[in-house]
Design a protein around this ligand. Structure first.
Ligand code: SF4
Ligand code: SF4
Ligand code: SF4
Length: 363
């Protein structure tokens, strides 16, 4: 357990101090959009803009790891950037680092306990009542009504791999931040920020109560999905509504391929092959390969699925895509004893070979 300290700074004061005391190129965080209704992940380079910064706003328009990948993939930024990330975004970033799609050099990663987010279409900055209920749920360490199912069942809601971690479950969001500094980079930043390590704070019991509630919800979600997916018919029926728009893969932080295999020429058939397949089956649903796409995606990235919920939020026909990928991904991950997003130095299972593994499948 990391030592928690009272920073004596509210969120706006903390962000101002980052600009004032650290030599930063900018801060990346959720920020109000000019419409006043929505917020988006934004790279701010001017301290005057920080009043619009709302890192806790409970929406995820994109998994921020994708944004971080954009400005670090070719080369790390020349000056340090402070990035605010939710735990599942930080896990996605860790996976992207392993496949050389992002770098963390010159990033100061600020993670925070996550009370979950609402489906993006269902939350606006002006939803005062909903945001009040959310704040109350955070203070009590309870799931707020209306957050995404995958968030209600998210047991990894404390950041792993952050330089600075903000502990806010069980606390009032307007009060001074309670911080810990898990990395050497974070400890250095704390010194430069002049944070007093003697002002220690106890961990809130609300973190444990939320973990317990979510553990129960995760078990129920797993049972529900396993039942829905049982057998080939179950799988076909779950994806019956799928319109093959591939939005789920376009928003997935782990699906990084510029040219997706399932959108490549491999899946463009000569006309006659459609008629051959139709004659074999009697009828052919178009477009073809709907379920194959999901199975293929699962086999490509299921080991790294960080259960962030983006795919489900993007699905226009409400298929519980992230609940499916979370459940199926967890099974594959357990097989390899792999926890995605846990440890930047742990190689991906499919990039390593161990002589004695998966022996149960040999016969
Ligand atoms: S899945 Fe939901 S609760 Fe879990 S870290 Fe992501 S946004 Fe937060
Ligand atoms: S498959 Fe879905 S839940 Fe898993 S990492 Fe991709 S977008 Fe997130
Ligand atoms: S977003 Fe939904 S409809 Fe579109 S391909 Fe994915 S599962 Fe199918």
């Amino acid at each position: 357990m990391q030592t928690l300290i009272d920073s004596r700074m509210t969120m706006p004061d903390f962000i101002a101090a980052l600009f004032d005391k650290l030599d930063l190129a900018g801060v990346a965080a959720m920020t109000k959009l000019p419409s006043g209704e929505k917020a988006a992940y934004t790279l701010l380079t001017d301290k005057d803009d920080i009043e619009d910064c709302v890192p806790y706003f409970p929406a995820m328009p994109a998994n921020a790891a994708r944004a971080v990948s954009k400005f670090t993939r070719q080369a790390p930024p020349s000056k340090q950037v402070a990035v605010f990330l939710r735990p599942c975004e930080l896990r996605a970033l860790t996976e992207l680092v392993k496949i050389k799609q992002a770098a963390v050099d010159n990033l100061l990663i600020i993670g925070f306990d996550c009370a979950g987010v609402f489906p993006f279409s269902k939350i606006r900055l002006s939803d005062e009542l909903k945001l009040k209920e959310y704040r109350e749920a955070v203070a009590k360490g309870k799931n707020c009504e209306g957050i995404r199912p995958v968030c209600s069942a998210c047991t990894r809601f404390v950041p792993e791999g952050a330089d600075i971690a903000i502990s806010f479950i069980g606390r009032n969001l307007d009060e001074p931040l309670v911080l810990s500094f898990p990395s050497e980079k974070g400890k250095e930043a704390a010194k430069t920020l002049g944070l007093d390590s003697s002002s220690k704070v106890e961990a809130s019991p609300a973190v444990d109560s939320l973990a317990e509630e979510r553990g129960g919800a995760e078990k129920k979600l797993t049972e529900k999905i396993e039942e829905a997916l049982s057998g080939t018919d179950g799988l076909i029926s779950v994806f019956d509504k799928c319109i093959s728009c591939h939005a789920c893969s376009h928003v997935c932080p782990i699906c990084y391929c510029k040219n997706c295999y399932f959108e490549s020429q491999t899946f463009e058939y000569f006309p006659e092959s459609y008629f051959t397949r139709m004659r074999e089956k009697g009828a052919l649903r178009l477009p073809v390969d709907r379920v194959l796409f999901h199975l293929g995606r699962l086999s490509h990235m299921g080991l790294s699925c960080v259960a962030c919920g983006m795919c489900e939020d993007a699905c226009p026909v409400n298929i519980p895509v992230s609940q499916i990928f979370k459940t199926a991904g967890a099974k594959a991950q357990a097989l390899f004893g792999y926890i995605p997003g846990k440890n930047r130095d742990e190689p991906l299972p499919l990039l390593t070979f161990s002589e004695r593994e998966l022996e149960e499948f040999e016969d």
